[in-house]
Design a binder for this molecule. Structure first.
Ligand code: NDP
Ligand code: OXD
Length: 308
């Protein structure tokens, strides 16, 4: 039984090294350099090319290299019988919470405004706001949303959450799907940490973004498909929104001619909110490889019906 690594836009070498450090005898092959296609039962994937897995007749499990799995589930050629797992990792979670906090502080301390003025050598003092006066709405209250909320609370922000099912966490108001309007109306900073599902695609559209309070900030650290870029730009340009911090994009790397690069109210980061460290997650993936071999249930398995 062997493992195949199928990844685009991520270097496979640190992954192979991490696995070999744990188990030098492991049979791990890197696509497209495959010795024995029939021996492959377990794949580790990041942004594979559509259809690629149909070449592996004995494949049983596809493990995402990250927390998100839409890059796997969008490929409808993958049979439903193949199990899909995702990463849940303390380091990944901590890094995301740090990044969300950083972007919230970036907004309330006007750092984009000052960076723009620096380009023009323009000195202008602008009053900043305190975390205690700001309500952050976190859309998607799973592993990452909860960790971000906890860190924001510790740093003085008020936090509301939005999820499919009601949550009970002291000091955090929980909204569910059909209360979206009320949740949005209270979110001075909106953080998107949703998975991509049929319900969440394009959820950050004009109608919904317009429901945010005047001067709201939007932070999208989930996926680009949540956001309708034209609607966001329009609401930034007409002054309804004050700032957008975007970490994920329709095309990555973001094309040079994207207007997002130079928009004065947009902060662009290259999908670095939180990055999987292969050394940190190798144990959970190997554990699942062994579980698969023993016909045991997998950890962090995705519900393919729910899509997350
Ligand atoms: P989880 O699966 O743990 O959490 C998902 C949350 O979304 C759950 O709270 C769920 O509700 C909620 N949800 C699902 N559908 C809806 C809906 N229609 N309306 C409201 N809430 C909904 O995911 P993670 O926290 O681990 O990850 C979230 C996303 O973050 C990933 O899918 C990935 O795309 C992105 N990500 C981005 C990274 C980056 O570097 N930019 C790094 C890592 C992840 P319920 O709890 O009720 O089920
Ligand atoms: C992830 C990501 O899903 O890096 O982990 O976006």
């Amino acid at each position: 039984m062997s493992i195949v690594l199928v990844c685009n836009h991520r270097d496979p070498k640190p992954w192979v090294k991490a696995f070999k450090n744990k188990n030098p005898n492991l049979d791990i092959q890197v696509y497209p350099d495959i010795k024995d296609i029939n021996s492959v039962n377990f794949a580790i994937s990041w942004q594979h090319e559509h259809g690629v897995f149909s070449q592996f007749p004995n494949l049983k499990v596809i493990a995402s290299m990250g927390a998100g799995v839409h890059h796997i589930l969008r490929d409808k050629t993958i049979p439903k019988s193949i199990k899909v797992t995702r990463i849940v990792d303390d380091n990944l979670t901590k890094d995301m919470a740090d990044f969300v906090l950083l972007n919230c502080l970036y907004g309330i301390r006007n750092l984009k405004f000052h960076a723009q003025n620096q380009l023009d050598k323009h000195w202008e003092i602008k009053a900043y706001r305190q975390p205690e006066d700001i309500k952050v709405g976190i859309m998607g209250f799973g592993v990452l949303g909860k960790a971000a909320a906890k860190k924001l609370k510790l740093n003085g922000f008020m936090v509301n959450s939005l999820s499919k099912s009601r949550k009970k966490i002291e000091g955090i108001k929980s909204y569910i799907e059909n209360e979206l309007d009320q949740f949005l109306a209270e979110s001075q900073i909106l953080v998107c940490l949703l998975p991509i599902t049929e319900d969440t695609k394009a959820i950050l559209n004009h109608d919904n973004l317009k429901k945010l309070p005047q001067n709201a900030q939007v932070i999208n650290v989930a996926r680009s498909q949540h956001l309708v870029e034209d609607d966001l730009i329009q609401l930034l340009d007409d002054g309804h929104l004050s700032l957008a911090c975007l970490d994920v994009f329709q095309t990555e790397p973001l094309p040079k001619d994207s207007r997002l690069w130079s928009h004065p109210k947009v902060s662009v980061t290259p999908h670095v909110a939180s990055m999987t460290d292969p050394d940190s997650v190798v144990n959970q993936i190997l554990d699942n490889f062994n579980r698969m071999k023993n016909n045991e249930s997998l950890k962090n398995e995705v519900d393919r019906e729910k899509a997350y």
